[in-house]
Design a protein around this ligand. Sequence first.
Ligand SMILES: [Zn+2]
Length: 397
Amino acid sequence: MSRRRQRFSKPIKRWVILGVIGFAIALYLIFAQLPTFVDKRLNPVLTLPPYSVPAEAAEVHDRLWVADLHADSLLWGRDLSQRHQQGHIDLPRLQTANVALQIFTVVTQVPSNLKLEGNTPDSDDIIKLAVVQGWPLATWHSLLARALHQGQQLHTLAQSQAQFRLIETQSDLQRFIRDRKQQPQLTAGILGLEGAHALEGRLENVERLYQAGFRMLGLAHFFDTEVGGSAHGSQQGGLTPLGRQVVLQAQEKHMLLDLAHSSSQVINEVVALSRQPVVVSHTGVKGTCDNVRNLSDRQIKAIANTGGVIGIGFWPRAVCGDDAQAIAQAIRYVADLVGVDHVSLGSDFDGAVHAPFDVTGLPLLTAALQAEGFSTEEIGKIMGGNTLRVLQAVLPA
Ligand SMILES: [Zn+2]
């Protein structure tokens, strides 16, 4: 009996050890490699850097104050202090691209099998990212916790990197503008929310997000919420009573309101309610690319009437093209319709989109704007001046 057990125990032991090693390797692959793999697959670029830019455009670009209204870079677990091969943005690449200010938006729930219209909040793909990246347990069930966790990543970046600042007030912004004249490598970020479902139906969570440094509040993402309709939702209705309170409270707190992804009715109602400039942080326009996601001429005029800006997105469904020229044409359309003061950049970099280039390709857009006939002064407004004007009008003292 004992001899027989000995005969079997050696191979069994070997299998157990191999099993444990295999399990450890699988765990390592899931937790260390999967986020990078997913990031690479979902945030590709059509053309990899480096990009060749005409000298004249490069020279103009280097003198611009560049600002972008929308990037979802906090979602992927990428260490933004390091230069990466995958994704669209990190601090070294923002510096290479001469970007002064980037608004970092946080995504908290995305339905599976996403459609352009008719989505419901019954499913949730973000939980997978939360688990493989090892986010705090609360983020598994709380959308607010997901927003706060991503926001914390940007605070940590600002605390650890002398060349990166998080802007929350007018005086932060003024100091940053002044210091950047001496230190052109300085880059700043602002926190924004993509979709009011992260408020979890509670008005007091506006204050909670404000305290966590959020300064832009996007009312909708892919489905209708307790606050109001999404352009991709099943009902696509207007503001709810809670939604009206959220809009008023956000304005009282000097948070910028973002109408990207909002239903047509929500856009109309917020524009009518608003006493400050509002933005659409990333969008296309029906005038150059006609689909349900993009703004009509009437909506563009309504946003411009608040003194706000429309951030033109870079991905194919926004501009019906996959190059800087298609982006510049959408910008030209808005400028011709409502004036050059109301159009800006809303890349949606790292927003699970196919981008024509990563952020270091922005000088290609400067070149395309020159080709569209914009003057250097106009290019300055489009590439960042307009966004800066709105922030100076809205951010709290
Ligand atoms: Zn979006």
